[in-house]
Design a protein around this ligand. Structure first.
Ligand code: ADP
Ligand code: MG
Length: 318
């Protein structure tokens, strides 16, 4: 099977231009064309996943297809953007048909679930690596940035945290218990909070997706906004599965491990009060923004180098 046959067979079926209002030419030509309506901003981001670094070797291809797009789409969620389309640069060692059909199936399911049409890409041979660029749009000026947190704002997170990070302890489990299966599902099939991000657009002052760990990612908001925060660890949401498996250590996973792709948002108190109940009930308030820099957890400063948090490629894992 040649390169073009491979693209035609596995990737063109994902083009589905109808998924995106702005994509007017999908894969097949030299470029794709996206027409951004007047008064809207294009919001775009790129993510690379390298085998052995971002996902385990011999990782199930359908899980990889889903995960790759979910992780990329999570950045759109964090900006409150409406998803439109994506491109895929795929480097594979060999054109294994079974692998490709599994991968394309996972990717297709994610593409349908998130409303992101495949606009084009590039296919090459080499060590397994994926780069996805996702495109979204928002009304001019409406994207939620990391820079908007103000002293007095509430800090909130969506869903529960720590499950996906804890799942790494169980990836090779052959007969997982129901609790372990629950964690593994969070790792294999993350769900970017696209609807929540969009709903929060006119209420939140800042947002980030939790990919590297809550403390690390909230730290990025604090740095960008030039503020600090105080958090109450008892209010950090953990799932019942994680609590049963890890006991008191569950909170540490929730604070420090990544891969959950939940959102961390800040809200001026008055915006929080007028936000719809449907938005607020998806979030847990875990603390408050302060003018004094630093990230305090139960009164203890955890922003210094003494307690490293999160994942950094060039520092290795904490
Ligand atoms: P060119 O040589 O002009 O860059 P390519 O041969 O790389 O074009 O790709 C031909 C067409 O197939 C392009 O429209 C490109 O977007 C699309 N394409 C290539 N690889 C992929 C892929 N993995 N997924 C989706 N579309 C792809
Ligand atoms: Mg090319």
């Amino acid at each position: 099977m040649g390169e073009f046959e491979l693209i035609r067979r596995y990737f063109l079926p994902l083009a589905g231009q109808q998924k995106s209002r702005s994509l007017i030419l999908g894969p097949g030509d030299d470029c794709a064309i996206q027409r951004i309506p007047a008064g809207r901003d294009l919001v775009f981001s790129m993510d690379t996943l390298v085998e052995g670094v971002h996902f385990p070797e011999n990782y199930r291809p359908d899980h990889l297809g889903w995960r790759a797009l979910a992780v990329a789409a999570s950045d759109l969620a964090a900006m409150g953007a409406d998803p439109e389309c994506f491109t895929l640069a795929l480097t594979i060692p060999v054109a294994d048909e079974q692998w490709l059909s599994g991968f394309a199936e996972g990717l297709r399911r994610a593409s349908d679930a998130f409303g992101l049409a495949l606009a084009g890409g590039d296919t090459t041979s080499g060590p397994l690596t994926l780069t996805l660029q996702v495109h979204g749009t928002v009304e001019e000026g409406a994207a939620i940035r990391r820079t908007g947190a103000q002293p007095g704002d509430l800090v909130a997170v969506s869903g529960t945290l720590g499950d996906a990070g804890a799942a790494l302890d169980y990836l090779s489990e052959l007969n997982p218990s129901p609790d372990v299966a629950g964690l593994l599902d969070r790792y294999h099939r993350p769900c970017p909070r696209l609807d929540l991000g969009r709903a929060a657009r006119s209420f939140a002052s800042a947002a980030i997706d939790v990919s590297d760990g809550l403390l690390a990612d909230l730290g990025h908001i604090l740095d960008a906004s030039g503020v600090g925060a105080r958090l109450d660890s008892t209010r950090v949401p953990v799932s019942a599965c994680l609590f049963r498996l890890k006991g008191d250590a569950a909170v540490t996973y929730a604070l420090r491990s990544g891969d959950d792709y939940e959102l961390c948002l800040t809200f001026p108190e008055e915006s929080w009060r007028r936000a719809p109940e449907a938005l607020r009930c998806q979030l847990s308030v875990i603390g408050r923004i302060e003018s004094e820099p630093g990230l305090y957890l139960d009164g203890i400063d955890c922003s210094s180098g003494a307690t490293p948090s999160g994942f950094d490629h060039f520092r290795r894992k904490s």
